[in-house]
Each structure stands twice: as C-alpha cells, then as structure tokens.
Design a binder for this molecule. Sequence first.
Ligand code: NAP
Length: 256
Amino acid sequence: MTTTENGSGTRELAGKRALVTGGSRGIGAAIVRQFLDAGAEVLTNARSAASTPHDGATFVAADVRTRAGAETLAAAAHELLGGVDILVHNVGGAGPHKGALAIPDEEWQDTLALNFLAPVRLDALLAPGMRERRTGAIVHVSSAATPLAPPPFLHYTAAKAALENYSRGLAAELAPSGIRVNTVSPGRTATPGGEATREQWALLDEGPGQDTTAPPIGRDGRPDDIADAVLFLMSDRAGWLTGSNLVVDGGEFPRG
Ligand SMILES: NC(=O)c1ccc[n+]([C@@H]2O[C@H](COP(=O)([O-])OP(=O)(O)OC[C@H]3O[C@@H](n4cnc5c(N)ncnc54)[C@H](OP(=O)(O)O)[C@@H]3O)[C@@H](O)[C@H]2O)c1
C-alpha cells in the first residue's frame, strides 16, 4: 500500500476530478503530482507552462487575476473534466515594499486580484456544480504569516486575511450541501516564488527585516509538506473537517 491509498487499498482520490491553480512549479506542482499519484484526474494552470510538465495532468494557460482568466479556466474545467470535485486555489504571492505606505495603488489592486478575487471568482464559477452534485472539497492556500501583518507585505497579508475570512464563511454556506471548504497556511517553503520574494526582501535597505533563522522544527518547508496537508484535506479521512485553517509552518507562527 502506498501513502496515497486508503485502508482498503484504493487510491485516495480515485475517480475525483481536480483543478489546482498555479501547478507549474513550487507548492502547486507538488499538489498536482500528489493528486495524480492518488488517482485523481488533474487540470492545472499558470500563465506559462512548466519547463518539466507533469505526465498525466492537463495544462491550460490562464491568468487568474482577471475575470476573463477565471472564466477561461472554469470553461476548461467543464469542457475537459466535465466539472470538478476538488478545487485547490494555490496561486498567490506578492513582492515586498519598504513599508505599507510605499505600496502603490496598482499593486494593492493586483495583489487583491491574485490572492483574493481569483479564488472568489473561481468558486462562484465552479462551486455551483459541486452543490448540484452535493459533493466537493475546496482548499484556499493562505500564509502562516498573515496574523503577523508585516508592513513590507501588508498588501499580501491583508489579501490573505480576507481570503481566510471568506473561506470560513463559504464553509458555513456550503456545508449543508456536502461541500467542505478549508484553508491551508504554509510557512516559509522552498519554492521558486518564495525564494525570489525573500531575495527581494533582503535587498530592501529600509523597513522591518526578515527573520532568516529556521523554524523551530529545524528546517524550512518543502513543497510536499504543504501538498501532504492539502491531500489529507481532500481525502475521505478529512470528511468531518470544514471551516478549518491548517497552519503548516514547522512551528514558526504559533496561533492560539
Ligand atoms: N513559498 C512560500 O514560502 C509560501 C509561504 C506562504 C504562503 N505561500 C503561498 O503558497 C502558494 C504557492 O506559492 P509558491 O511559493 O509555490 O509560488 P510560486 O513558486 O511563485 O508558484 C506560483 C505558481 O502560480 C502561477 N501563477 C502566478 N501568477 C499567476 C497568475 N496571475 N495566473 C495564473 N497562474 C499564476 C505560477 O506560474 P506563472 O508564473 O507561469 O504564472 C506558478 O505555477 C501561494 O498562494 C503563496 O502565497 C507560499
């Protein structure tokens, strides 16, 4: 039995149709690979395809910052998969600034569009199909640093805080329809996007500096650490879990 099989030897996501946003690298790529291993049919997107695409996943180019991009992706999910049972909103990120007041207006809008509006729009397009079928599971990827609200990233953590709040409310609305909605909040994870952001932060000559010490568990996260949590939340083992926020950060940002 592999780790993606359940107690009866069936692969955990066998027969499930999954959309994972931003699956061309980093955390999204690990989620796509684990979902494929678990037997799901997987559609993923990014603005540009991965240099080493996953065998077995379908890729669509779509920029989810716009409503048109979300509609392109949702249409592909309907046409190529016939709808989705599993939806992971993984796309996200933002660059640092010298402080909250230095964040330009267009970047506030861009960051809110990427980290908050994209999931809201895609849910509105794809969750009604789940409701009709009275089954489905959604994960929103936030950040363990959200409650800290670091000024260089206030546009990002404010957008992620909105996402967490929205995710809880959506969970309450969809639970009676048999749809589970949860959040996964990664800590510092070794990905191309994460590393590039931390390099930019280190180059800022003003504003609060970043803490480069390893999390209490003794190492930074790996994309598979986060994908493990997402796969668990999508599996039947999490059948009674909804409205939760699973913080996966090696103990870096303890929450009450
Ligand atoms: N890594 C960390 O330390 C960390 C910590 C906390 C939270 N997170 C969260 O975890 C999630 C994944 O982060 P990551 O570090 O794996 O990111 P990443 O390495 O930058 O990968 C992001 C993925 O999203 C795609 N993408 C970016 N902008 C897009 C857009 N506008 N439309 C469609 N696709 C887009 C990228 O491909 P293209 O560029 O080709 O579009 C890529 O596939 C994000 O929500 C992030 O906020 C990460």
